[in-house]
Write a protein that binds this ligand. Sequence first.
Ligand SMILES: [Zn+2]
Length: 81
Amino acid sequence: MARHNRRRTDEVRPLSAGYASRRAEGDSIVQDVTGAQATKTYICPGCNQQIRPGTAHVVVWDRYDGPQWRRHWHSPCWRRH
Ligand SMILES: [Zn+2]
């Protein structure tokens, strides 16, 4: 069983043309947003600073609450929160 090679790109499954990839981290769903997709300014709950348009970041929501409760985080803020 070739389970050791977890970074193969064929394990990244695009959901739609608008999104890069989505993954589960515990009970959270983490969605990558590329700079090209980031067209609005958001407030990151990790640092309370703005996420400017054009900044690659992540969208995170609880898998039980659903994506209507999603929050936008800077990628490094999410990783260390
Ligand atoms: Zn932040």
